[in-house]
Design a binder for this molecule. Structure first.
Ligand code: NAD
Ligand code: DAU
Length: 363
């Protein structure tokens, strides 16, 4: 039985809701007048309350500044707001940063998730039987836990073995395992989703798409790692959010659901497509064609060659389908970055410039 069918008025504790996917998710779900969302976010460099400015005064939205690893804070939030679900987006998420310093990833993704699970378990254990049965803990994870595919291999299914290759991927894999354990050992009603690469509004410009869009608009080099032939499976962020809502409300407890766009592209194809769109929207720029800005740079260590997701399970069981195509989603994304210069300049702070300088050097 799904959450939505039990009671109309619901409360969810969402963690990491000031980041890219979490804020898109909260904005979409906040249209539901029966739902109250408590957003617990540490506001790391990737967290941005500007993403949620449109709903900050809504009576059914509450922001709490804090760490998922702060067990007593999470306990207090659970006792005060009595949510029917916890949805965990909170994580350190950038692979390149994880290579430079794995520690923060272990703290947030492994220890943080463990402490969030502990706090949730003790709240859940004391719920009345009916509420215990309908409660859900949804852990938002990644396809990177499955490692890298060879060109001819079939896409990752829910049965693919875990084989993480970066500190980020290992930390997410460990957190997935802990979520599994809390279901198997303690009976906590958990769900895990493993999704492919997202793109869309509010993505921090350290990630491929926003980095290329903004560098292109600003006439800067477009740094493509290695030979640019690594493949990612792209999904528009709102389609991910819709999938998560379905998993939460109708997914089978203890199960994993793979979510992907069925949209495999090489990085070079992605960058070239962005360049063609920029040629249209910034036709008079001095650096047209934008593809002339492409610069092949040193490869990412341990760089996964290919990701691809087999999303048959969620399509068949929950009748989920992505609404955006790569073409429509990418157009929306480019347009969003073009039409939000104040958001862009606010995130391109000194700290952001320091990262770019440290990671890419003088391009
Ligand atoms: P993001 O980096 O944009 O946002 C992460 C958010 O988590 C930020 O708001 C940050 O402040 C917050 N946070 C970090 N550590 C925290 C802590 N200890 N306590 C509370 N808040 C904390 O990330 P994203 O791209 O939105 O990813 C969200 C989730 O989805 C992550 O778990 C990630 O692994 C997963 N995921 C991302 C993608 C993708 O393509 N971006 C794909 C699949 C899965
Ligand atoms: O697959 C899901 C994952 O997708 C999420 O779990 C991660 O949180 C998210 O960051 C993303 O990981 P990737 O490593 O695939 O994303 P990123 O945007 O960093 O890179 C995408 C591809 O582009 C990858 O093959 C590396 C390449 N790249 C990236 C950057 C930042 C470049 O060629 N140049 C760059 O400057």
């Amino acid at each position: 039985m799904g959450l939505g069918t039990i009671t109309k008025k619901r409360t969810w504790l969402v963690t990491g809701g000031a980041g890219f996917i979490g804020s898109n998710f909260i904005l979409a779900q906040s249209l539901d007048p029966e739902l109250t969302i408590i957003n617990l976010d540490k506001l790391t460099y990737a967290g941005n309350l500007k993403n949620l400015a449109g709903i900050k005064n809504h009576h059914n939205y509450i922001f709490v500044h804090g760490d998922i690893g702060n067990e007593s804070l999470v306990q207090e939030l659970l006792q005060t707001h009595r949510p029917q679900a916890v949805i965990n987006f909170a994580a350190e998420t950038h692979v390149d940063r994880s290579i430079q310093g794995p520690g923060a990833f272990i703290d947030a993704n492994v220890v943080g998730t463990y402490r969030l699970l502990e706090a949730t378990r003790s709240y859940w254990a004391a719920l009345p039987l009916n509420d215990k049965e309908t409660f859900r803990f949804l852990h938002v994870s990644t396809d990177e836990v499955y490692g890298s595919l060879k060109a001819a291999e079939p896409p990752f299914s829910e049965e693919s073995p875990y084989a993480p290759n970066s500190p980020y991927a290992a930390s997410k894999a460990a957190s997935d395992h802990f979520v599994r354990v809390y279901h198997q050992t303690y009976g906590l009603p958990t769900l895990v989703s493993n999704c492919s690469n997202n793109y869309g509004p509010f993505q921090f410009p350290e990630k491929l798409m926003p980095l290329m869009i903004l560098n292109g608009l600003q006439g800067k080099a477009l740094p493509v790692y290695g030979d640019g032939q690594n493949i990612r499976d792209w999904l528009y962020v709102e389609d991910h959010g819709e999938a998560l809502r379905l998993v939460l409300e109708r997914g089978r407890v203890g199960e994993t659901y793979n979510i992907g766009g069925d949209c495999q592209k090489t990085n070079l194809e992605v960058v070239q497509t962005i360049c063609s769109l920029l040629d249209q929207v910034a036709a008079t720029a001095s650096h047209v064609p934008h593809a002339s800005l492409i610069a092949f740079v040193e490869d990412r260590p341990g760089h996964d060659r290919r990701y691809a997701i087999d999303s048959t399970k969620i399509r068949q069981e929950l009748n989920w389908r992505p609404k955006e195509t790569f073409d429509s989603g990418l157009r929306k994304t480019v347009h969003w970055y073009l039409s939000h210069p104040e958001w862009v300049s606010a995130v391109q702070t000194g700290a952001y410039r320091d990262w770019v300088k440290q990671h890419y050097g003088q391009l």
